[in-house]
Design a protein around this ligand. Structure first.
Ligand SMILES: *Cc1c(COP(=O)(O)O)cnc(C)c1O
Length: 399
């Protein structure tokens, strides 16, 4: 690989995964191809023994196709570069990466503290799996609760998301991580929002999780997750659990993600610019109550965002001066925004947020008001604004 560290990160991201030259022809394709294989062949039994010994010592080692070959290594290098980490494990989805972290870090009888703003399916993971394994979770509000008073003798992990799902609640990660570390906890952060923009490992976390499904892919055509760590002991636990549970990603999906990375910085800047233009319009609209986006100057998390983040993206939430029921008509009326979960692709999406979910987030204070989450895509912002305006026009005038 002809990749030299020390350039601007954008430059490095473009050159990771350059294919090696063929010694016979002295030429190479630009990109590492998708290397599809179910297994790998060894030149001799001795070569196999050496690889097995490496794996037994907890180091990443290829003994079978499950962890992939050069295509996978290149994407792992991308995530390590983005996250300022030393180890990376890929999974078949962002949620599979979250599952991997919980399984690698916790055992029966342990307790985990989880911020109440996390990606919704983490609660389902708790109900469906953690409870069954006798792992106890406490969902807490970083804005309201004193972390130290919630830590018990059997608490092992602090699991956070910053900015949080749905309301983009920005956390003071360095402070929370320092408190948790003082009690010997492992700190894991879902950094899907922060891909390219935020570095939990640099701010004190031990583990960063990224759903590559979102901005890394950028084209809504694959599912993929990554877990990035820095310390050998934590990386060893994650690798061992990964071997134990048999998580794997198709080389074709990895290849598509690598292709997405080439335009990641350019796409993010455009998403952020469009989101800001849309927010400026919506903030002045009488039917809009509030913009939830730490990059927005009036967001309560804006100072933390300025301190800890490198930029913004296209994900915002908006509360409307109407009931959640009334907002359903608004959502149905939009034409450029697809109704759907997920985000991070080139296209605009809208999610009608169920109020029962918001009640789980103690950061939420506008009870009774509707919230829609918008992913502002790469369509021209004037077109998006016109679409939002025509849909807002059917909502009742605020009293
Ligand atoms: C989408 C998302 C995930 C899960 O990713 P999948 O690949 O869809 O499983 C995890 N965390 C956050 C914050 C997400 O937005």
């Amino acid at each position: 690989m002809s990749h030299h560290k020390g350039h601007h990160r954008d430059t490095d991201l473009l050159h990771i995964g350059s294919a090696a030259f063929d010694p016979a022809t002295e030429c190479a394709p630009v990109n590492t191809p998708s290397i599809r294989t179910s297994t790998v062949r060894f030149k001799s039994l001795q070569a196999l023994d050496e690889v097995l010994a490496k794996r037994a010592s907890g180091q990443p080692a290829i003994t079978y196709g499950i962890a992939g070959l050069d295509t996978h290594r290149a994407l792992e290098e991308v995530f390590m570069t983005l996250e300022n980490g030393s180890y990376c494990v890929l999974s078949a989805s962002g949620l599979a990466s979250i599952h991997l972290v919980f399984m690698a870090t916790l055992k029966s009888g342990d307790h985990v503290l989880i911020s109440d703003n996390v990606y919704g399916p983490v609660r389902n993971l708790n109900e469906t799996l953690l409870k069954k394994l006798n792992i106890e979770a406490t969902f807490f509000s970083p804005a309201h609760d004193d972390l130290a008073s919630l830590i018990r003798p059997n608490t092992r992990m602090l699991y956070l998301e910053s900015p949080g799902s749905l309301l983009m609640e920005m956390l003071d990660l360095p402070s929370l991580a320092a408190q948790a570390k003082a009690h010997g906890l492992v700190v894991a952060v879902d950094n899907t929002w922060g891909t390219y923009l935020y570095e939990p490992l640099t701010l004190g976390a031990d583990i960063s999780i990224i759903a590559g499904t979102k901005y890394v892919s950028g084209h809504s055509d694959l599912l993929l997750g990554a877990v990035v760590a820095r310390e050998d002991a934590i990386a060893k636990q994650i690798h061992q659990m990964q071997y134990a549970i048999g998580n794997s990603v198709s080389a074709d999906d990895v290849w598509l993600a690598l292709r997405g990375v080439k335009t990641l910085s350019v796409r993010l800047r455009e998403h952020a610019r469009h989101a800001k233009t849309v927010s400026q319009h919506l903030a002045n609209h009488p039917k809009v109550s509030r913009i939830y986006d730490p990059a927005w100057s009036q967001d309560p998390g804006h100072e933390l965002w300025q301190r800890d983040c490198r930029g913004a993206n296209g994900l915002i939430s908006v509360s409307l001066n109407c009931t959640p029921e009334q907002a359903r008509d608004f959502v149905d009326r939009l034409t450029l925004f697809g109704i759907g979960f997920s985000w991070g692709g080139f296209e605009s999406l809208v999610q009608w947020v169920n109020p029962s979910v918001l009640e789980n987030h103690r950061y939420w204070t506008e009870h009774g008001k509707a919230v829609v989450r918008l992913h502002i895509g790469l369509e021209q912002p004037e077109d998006l604004i016109a679409d939002l305006d025509q849909a807002l026009s059917i909502l009742p005038d605020p009293a």
